[in-house]
Design a protein around this ligand. Structure first.
Ligand code: SF4
Ligand code: SF4
Ligand code: SF4
Length: 315
């Protein structure tokens, strides 16, 4: 009998759902004999309150596996998480917004009222306007990861997660397994560049306003580590896996620094603290980083990693 799978998206951009589709032909081996998609709003319109809007309670169908992408930004998102938790056996947080807050959780550095004022009130590109408060779900106090609302069984991080890992996790679940996890390795562990364990760029961290130094005609193995060139690269504190089951990390392939999109190497790790240690170990000064709180928590602002700071001079 096919395993029933239900999918939901919350504070999401749909990149995670594109990644599901990018599994490619493997998914054709799974659907419909091994997997039955019972709910997937990215592909099929389905209503929370009955197909005719005649329901009185937000309801999702029962399933064995529930996939949730996106973080929790509204009370309705939180209700969807609780409802899916009630209706599925195994809950999967899909993508770094769901596992750690992702980019939207950068908003956690401000109070909601300040974010809304900035967007709707003080934005220089449009006329000031209010923001709707009726017939829309209220905001949560901050952007939350899914496991801050309900227990999560499996984490598939990435912005977006690589299709290899989504397929791998789904295949494991179809085979009756109840656990799945990416290996606890860092992006640096899978990066082939030259490392000498010391900075060649001085103590101050440079802003990436120019190309890093490399010869485009030479293989990536001949390039010096971006961090050792004096720029911020979050590979040391970021979970490996963005290139799928093999290959050079995706940004490094493009000769760009890792921004940290796969989140922490293990659950509960604090990338900001760990990265400050990694920088000082090669003689770089983390305090020279402009806006280091945002940069070092770029994808992991949930779990209270980012919070509003008291504003100086504001009572
Ligand atoms: S993790 Fe990335 S791809 Fe997935 S919903 Fe968030 S922003 Fe989009
Ligand atoms: S810091 Fe960046 S460039 Fe250097 S080894 Fe790690 S991932 Fe590669
Ligand atoms: S190199 Fe880092 S930021 Fe780039 S895709 Fe991989 S994990 Fe994400």
């Amino acid at each position: 009998m096919a395993v029933k799978v239900s999918s939901e998206w919350l504070n999401a951009c749909s990149g995670c759902e594109i990644s599901i589709l990018n599994i490619g032909e493997t998914i054709l081996d799974l659907i419909p004999d091994k997997i039955e998609l019972v709910h997937i709003p990215a592909l099929v319109d389905s209503k929370y309150y009955g197909q005719l809007g005649d329901g009185t309670k937000l309801e999702l169908p029962k399933a064995t596996v529930g996939l949730i992408s996106g973080g929790v930004r509204t009370e309705e998102h939180a209700e969807v998480v609780r409802e899916m938790r009630d209706k599925v056996d195994i809950l999967v947080a899909l993508g770094t917004c769901a596992t750690d807050g992702g980019i939207p959780a950068q908003a956690n550095m401000w109070k909601n009222e300040d974010v809304l004022k900035k967007i709707f009130g003080d934005c220089p590109t449009h006329e000031p306007a209010g923001h709707p408060t009726e017939i829309v779900p209220p905001y949560t106090d901050s952007v939350l990861a899914v496991d801050e609302v309900a227990k999560v069984d499996i984490y598939i991080p990435g912005c977006p997660p690589h299709p290899d890992w989504i397929a791998d996790a789904l295949l494991a679940l179809v085979e009756g397994k109840t656990e799945w996890a990416l290996p606890e390795r860092s992006v640096c562990d899978t990066c082939p560049v030259i490392r000498e364990k010391k900075s060649a760029g001085g103590a101050a961290i440079k802003r990436p306003l120019e190309n890093y130094t490399y010869d485009p005609d030479e293989p990536i193995e001949k390039m010096r580590c971006i961090m050792e060139q004096g720029y911020l690269c979050l590979g040391a504190v970021t979970r490996a896996g963005c290139a799928g089951k093999s290959g050079v990390p995706r940004c490094i392939q493009a000769r760009q620094a890792c921004r940290g999109c796969f989140g922490p190497i293990r659950r509960g790790a604090k990338p900001m603290v760990d990265m400050m240690g990694a920088l000082s170990s090669i003689g770089q000064d983390a305090k020279s980083l402009v806006d280091r709180r945002a940069l070092l928590n770029r994808f992991v602002g949930a779990h209270k990693n980012l919070r509003p700071l008291p504003q100086r001079g504001k009572k």
